[in-house]
Design a protein around this ligand. Sequence first.
Ligand code: HPA
Length: 268
Amino acid sequence: MDAPVAAAAEHLQGLLGGRRPEVLLTLGSGLSGMADDLDDAVDVDVAEVPGLVGSLVPGHASRLRCGALAGRTVLAQLGRPHLYEGHDARAVTRMVEVAAELGCSTFVVTNAAGGLDPAFDPGDVMVVDDHLNLTGHTPLRGLLVDGAPVFLDLGEAYDPALRRAAHVVAADLGIELRRGVYAGVVGPAYETPAEVGMLRTLGAHAVGMSTVNEVIAARAHGLRVLGLSSITNVHGHAVSTSHEEVLEVGARAAGPLARLVVALLADA
Ligand code: HPA
């Protein structure tokens, strides 16, 4: 573990007032409202924690909120840093490393994503089965453990049991779930029609500007991962995509997504 991670973890633990988070819940665009459901919560401004960076993007808060949700102690990350803001992969994934250091064993990562599968509709929720890391970055670059590179197995990066549980719980709640492969890109430009065609050919069902590096870091630290995408726009359904649309439709998917996460945590 590097020094910024240790320092950030120690500082953050001091701000959590004795709470011991078990689950890191990263909330994507339009999904921050879920953090309101945490009981007995404490709020931390990311800027207060040395080594952590927030997001500069309008509509993305930069806050942590730690509290109880469905009987579990959850650390919610509202507003994550992105590669397109100029951060490197280690900065983007430091929150995950800090959460691992604090004792979190599960990472529930949500994001806003563009649908590539024409059967998807805006407002859908997709369980991430797997990803394509097309960012050209990895938090493992330059990382040596005991003097050697980390050759990480990503054969089951998205925990099969958590994915199965998501489908069972969603069926109980009457929430229709999509599933598929999430392609992670740097952004911040949305995709050209040619890129949409390429991503479909590569086998992706959704595309977004986050998640893949965070998941690599989480697996490197042994966390179980559940990935949930809120499909805010579907390529091919409309000619153009806007940040405002992403935030607005993301907020629409927030209700079902929150109910799903609460039921899953209660179940686990
Ligand atoms: N592309 C990339 N990232 C996104 C999109 C998209 O269409 N929608 C929401 N995040």
